[in-house]
Design a protein around this ligand. Structure first.
Ligand code: NDP
Length: 289
């Protein structure tokens, strides 16, 4: 058994939000009010709760947040028209279309319609491309939040072996790129990986973004590893748990994020950070015109 650190994502996210609050107050003195607009299609309960959390957090730091609600049966054209209207609205700096969208709407087309300059989720092809080629971009909030978490607790990834389980566009793939950009050696695992523990056991830094409750037991983890648990899963008994069996794995680690209170709060904090960044960029480009 090792002594391990529980990484307090909630407290670190609060630090980020406090810094943003000060920054927004300074921007407001210059007449700049960062604005985030969220589009919510339908009334999926989890989406409702995520959106509420994002809007509450925005307002707390002084970001103006607006919610556009659309019916589940809206046509793709109506949704695209709304996105284009927001692209043209100078008071809107961040546009977020809450996923998932109803099946009859092509989410990729909707995302690609968001102006890359207002894409605070970092999902548009332009931002993904810039991330990959090492240019400045809006980075997707969850992996960006994980990098910030590691940085703020003084864990360098340079030269380390990072293993990422999961290759989704919103978490696993951008996570692997950010880790590479920070000079980690990265291994990607997914549902077709044969003998998953043989890879995960080599990880100095293990990132689980799978969506399978408590899949990762101590047999998957090298003693002394840093374990980042992205998963949010509802267990059969109703308890919210991660992808990692926390009580068993924690004593094998040097540091580990809990669920809840680990990665989740950082995701929201980075959305706010991206929105403030966007407001500053728009202001700079408006004043240079
Ligand atoms: P996806 O379902 O899009 O992707 C899951 C990935 O895990 C896929 O790449 C899949 O492989 C892989 N996978 C599934 N089963 C296994 C397995 N048994 N062994 C190895 N790999 C497997 O999920 P997301 O990336 O969107 O989310 C992952 C988790 O993170 C979810 O629990 C989600 O709720 C949570 N999440 C949390 C956030 C936060 O802020 N904390 C933000 C976003 C997500 P394949 O590609 O082969 O199908």
């Amino acid at each position: 058994m090792m002594s391990y650190r529980i990484i307090d994502g909630k407290a670190i996210a609060q630090q980020v939000r406090d810094e943003l609050k000060d920054e927004v107050a300074r921007l407001k003195k210059q007449g700049i009010v960062p604005g985030l607009t969220v589009i919510l299609v339908g009334n999926h309960p989890a989406s409702e709760s995520y959106v509420r959390g994002k809007m509450r957090a925005s307002e707390e730091v002084g970001i103006r947040s607006d919610l556009i609600r659309m019916n589940e049966d809206i046509s793709p054209q109506e949704l695209l028209a709304e996105v284009r209207k927001l692209n043209d609205d100078p008071s809107v700096h961040g546009i977020l279309v809450q996923l998932p969208l109803p099946r009859h709407i092509d989410a990729n087309q909707v995302i690609a319609t968001i102006s890359p300059e207002k894409d605070v989720d970092g999902f548009t092809p332009v931002n993904v491309g810039n991330l990959v080629i090492g240019q400045d971009a809006f980075y997707p909030c969850t992996p960006y939040g994980i990098m910030e978490l590691l940085k703020r607790i003084g864990i360098s990834v340079e030269g380390k072996h990072a293993v990422v389980i999961g290759r989704s566009n919103i978490v696993g793939k951008p996570m692997s790129i950010l880790l590479q950009r920070a000079n980690a050696t990265v291994t990607m695992c997914h549902s077709r990986t044969i003998d998953l523990p043989s890879y995960t056991k080599q990880a100095d830094i293990l990132i689980a973004a799978v969506g399978r409750a408590e899949l990762i037991t101590s047999e998957y983890v090298k003693p002394g590893a840093v374990v980042i648990d992205v998963g949010i899963n509802r267990r059969e008994d109703g308890k919210l748990v991660g992808d990692v069996l926390f009580a068993e794995v924690a004593p094998h680690c040097s540091a580990i994020t809990p669920v809840p209170g680990g990665v989740g709060p950082m995701t929201i904090a980075m959305l706010l950070k991206n929105t403030v960044k966007s407001a500053k960029m728009h202001h700079r480009s408006a004043s240079s015109n």
